[in-house]
Design a protein around this ligand. Sequence first.
Ligand code: EPZ
Length: 423
Amino acid sequence: MDVFRIQGPVQLKGHIQVNGSKNAALPIMAACLLAPGKSTIQGVPDLSDITVLKDLLGELGCPVTTLQDRSVQIDATNITRPVGDYEIVRRMRASICILGPLLARCGKVEVSMPGGCAIGDRPINIHVSGLEQLGAKFHLENGNVVADAPKGGLKGAEIFLGGPFGSTVLGTANVLMAATLARGITVIESAACEPEITDLAHCLNKMGAKISGIGSPRLTIEGVSTLTPVTHRVIPDRIEAGTFMIGAAITRGELALTNCHMGDLMAVVHKLRSLGVTIESSDEGCCVAMDRHVAATDVTTHPFPGFPTDLQAQFMALLALAEGNSVVIEKVFPDRFMHVAELNRMAANLRKEGPCVIVAGVKKLIAAPVMASDLRASAALVLAAMAAHGTSVINRVYHIDRGYERIEEKLNPVGANIVREKA
Ligand code: EPZ
């Protein structure tokens, strides 16, 4: 297992090109199952989560070819086995996004029930409820979710997809993808509005689907009989972009980011500016600079367009160095605080109180050996280590590789000092 050895403090200065979005690429690659033939998805980042989905699609009988320039070609001509095995699904919970397309295309699907993960339980009850309202029948068999569509196929319905934590991103993706081939009209109320869902809907419409209300909490889908293969470029990764913005702020540096949609990061830009960070939009992206002490602030995570839960850990690392006390409230995954104990090992002063953390700002962080636990918590540790005094060691770097493409190769050219070593 690799470790990162990180020297700090450093100051990030320079330009970073942001990758395509992991969380757009995953459901869009799954959507290719809906159309017999070869689809090409462009701008797909080279990440272990993407590799898992490529393996899974191959197991379904849909070989994936990696082309030049981060494009992948998915041949969904024949789906020989609509079954997502535990051995693959357990490696990535988001594999559940094959549920909707396989049910719609094949009329039957079997997917291993995703387990929990470090950020909390990952139930799929809302996915199941939405698909049942399209006519699917579900049962559990040896830990696998098994679903069958009615003889005549799925039928459109009016579906409410809200849950105790608001909307569900992949739940919306599954029901949306299934509804494109359902007979009649489907209305999804309380749909997720994340940019990744908007990108998925645009891709589906390019395949011949008839989706309206895109970007709003109410999606209307007029079912069609077939969809056709597509060539589609995924949107930039707003979470990777936000992570690097926070990297500029925590090291009091200056970064120019290209290939990032500022409109997808308004809540984050608003919060960073309130801390004293300078952020200027440019045609290709933005410039982020910080030359003063971080001001304290409170932040609460919400579904889009609220502050994203996927940047909560990274933002907390920044607030750990603020002047004064901040409060971080996690409303999407209330247990998503695996980074708190590790940041405290670096001399942060964080106190967890239920679904919130009191952050008492400190003057400096001190390097330490720490443990990565989940994708975004690990990114927070990298940011903290770049600002901390001394040499930090981050163990279990594979968590970072799930969502950041060789992050050290992006950060070292702009001033970081990160060495990847075999543990
Ligand atoms: C997506 O996960 C993202 N993953 C997550 O990013 C992100 O944190 C999350 O959305 C929220 O924005 C991908 O897109 C691959 P949810 P998803 O269903 O769809 C509850 C990362 O770091 N819920 O929107 O699985 C659930 O427990 C990853 O890139 C139910 O109760 O998240 C959670 O509390 C981590 N029942 C809340 O809803 C359900 O049936 C939001 O979860 C489904 C969800």
